[in-house]
Design a protein around this ligand. Structure first.
Ligand code: ZN
Length: 163
């Protein structure tokens, strides 16, 4: 399975709302396998299709024991609040504190098209929210106040120049 190139901010595809997944076939399973492999290689805990250049309603994750494929994901319920550090493979993992719901219920389809619901808390719930945002063309920095967003982008650009 090939490792895909991870798209980086400010590539336009990251801001695109994903198209719904309608065909659940071998091609989709292969794509998900590539996404898992790409995510593990980059030492991430979640990866959305936008992050490999495909504007689709699709993400994979493996975070605190929650390993799943989510097609057409939706956060259908949230409770509580958490303020923790978050980063993104598309923005060089530069961390920033983001406020998210503490508990979140994800509704999505698996790689075979079966609908499921999964409730998680803490880091895994954060991941549900971060990846579902990606599928809707939203990055975690879009949830930051402008000054902090600018700081993350600045640090990301700087680190990119060092490489
Ligand atoms: Zn991300």
């Amino acid at each position: 399975m090939p490792i895909r190139k991870i798209t980086e901010y400010p590539e336009k595809v990251l801001a695109e709302i994903g198209k719904p997944v309608t065909v659940f076939d071998e091609e989709l399973e292969n794509l998900c396998a590539d996404m898992f492999e790409t995510m593990y290689e980059a030492e991430g805990v979640g990866l959305a299709a936008q992050q490999i250049g495909l504007p689709m309603q699709l993400f994979v994750m493996d975070c605190e024991g929650v390993k799943l494929v989510a097609a057409n994901p939706e956060i259908i319920a949230t409770t509580g609040e958490q303020s923790n550090s978050e980063g993104c493979l598309s923005i060089g993992k530069v961390p920033a504190i983001v406020v998210r719901a503490e508990r979140a219920t994800l509704r999505a389809q698996d790689a075979k098209g079966e609908w499921f619901e999964h409730t998680a808390e803490g880091y895994a719930a954060r991941c549900f929210q971060h990846e579902t945002d990606h599928c809707n063309g939203k990055l975690f920095i879009d949830r930051l106040p402008k000054m902090r967003r600018d700081m993350v982008v600045k640090r990301f650009r700087k680190e990119k120049n060092w490489k």
